[in-house]
Design a protein around this ligand. Structure first.
Ligand code: NAP
Length: 259
């Protein structure tokens, strides 16, 4: 399927690895020029080179912490006109409800709620003026079914979800859609970090932690960044203009819900 977005420009935050990189690859494959971002310059430059070479699109890499005000300013200055925004950042650490203090919540809110909101506010007005735009926020399955150890993530991402529910319906008439894409477990560094936590807490090997987690997923495996990216690219396509304010689970059926 031709996604109809060849020649558009996308900002994909936190995209040197993992799910963000999957989204960047899929958009590049659809002919979209990219602004890619991550903190670590080396991995970012290498990802940008590989994607540019594979798909022949123009890539502007910007090494910056997207969760800081200075980082966002740097990214936005390099970005210029953007048609497609993919919001992403690292997730908060796991822990126990009684351990988290105000500062931990502020950090999580900054990274996973206020950063995407700031970028939406910065970029959506010009999309509305041009009459076309797409925003996809990478959130988590924990928005639909909270994961107890990820209380910081549950709290921050649910806040973003509430904001998107209202905002998406205010901008849709101008051709701009905002949706959330909710990953279940995918084979990325983040999954390794979560499995390491389980392995330490339960005194089992990493392989055993992964096998046990896979057994809880109806497809019996972790998702891939490529599958996730393809879904993101579809939400960014011309065909997805009637999909507004949705929370799409990409979880292999792992979240046990009827609707
Ligand atoms: P990942 O494999 O750890 O990749 C994270 C990417 O984001 C890297 O490119 C990293 O590069 C970049 N990054 C992290 N913090 C950043 C920051 N402050 N500013 C700019 N770039 C930053 O993570 P992932 O698995 O792709 O997960 C992406 C998001 O989905 C996370 O919020 C995660 O919590 C959520 N999620 C993931 C899963 C899963 O199974 N993978 C499931 C549910 C939710 P640098 O470190 O160089 O900055």
């Amino acid at each position: 399927m031709d996604l109809g977005i060849r020649g558009k420009r996308a900002l994909v935050c936190a995209s040197s690895k993992g799910l963000g990189r999957g989204c960047a690859e899929a958009l590049a494959e659809a002919g979209v020029d990219l602004v890619m971002n991550a903190r670590g310059e080396e991995a970012l430059m290498s990802a940008a080179e590989q994607i540019a070479e594979a798909h022949g699109v123009k890539i502007t890499p910007v090494a910056a912490d997207i969760t800081s005000e200075e980082g966002r300013a740097k990214v936005l200055e390099a970005a210029g006109d953007i048609d497609i925004l993919v919001n992403n950042a690292g997730g908060p650490p796991p822990g126990i409800w009684s351990d988290w203090e105000r500062e931990d919540f502020i950090k999580a809110l900054d990274a996973n709620m206020l950063t995407p909101i700031a970028l939406i506010k910065a970029l959506v007005p010009a999309m509305m003026e041009r009459g076309w735009g797409r925003v996809v926020n990478i959130t988590s399955q924990s928005v639909r079914a909270p994961i107890p150890a990820l209380g910081l993530s549950n709290a921050a991402r649910t806040g973003l979800t509430g904001y998107v529910a209202g905002t998406s319906r205010q901008v849709a008439e101008k051709g701009v859609t905002i949706n959330n894409l909710l990953p279940g477990i995918h084979a990325t560094d983040r999954a390794d970090a979560l499995d390491t936590g389980v392995s330490k807490a339960q005194g089992i090997s990493m392989d055993e932690a992964r096998t046990r987690r896979e057994a809880t997923i109806p497809v019996r495996r972790y998702g891939t960044p490529a599958e996730f990216g393809a879904t993101c690219a579809y939400l960014c396509s011309v065909h997805a203009g009637f999909i507004v304010g949705q929370n799409l689970l990409h979880d292999g059926g792992g979240t046990n819900l009827t609707v």
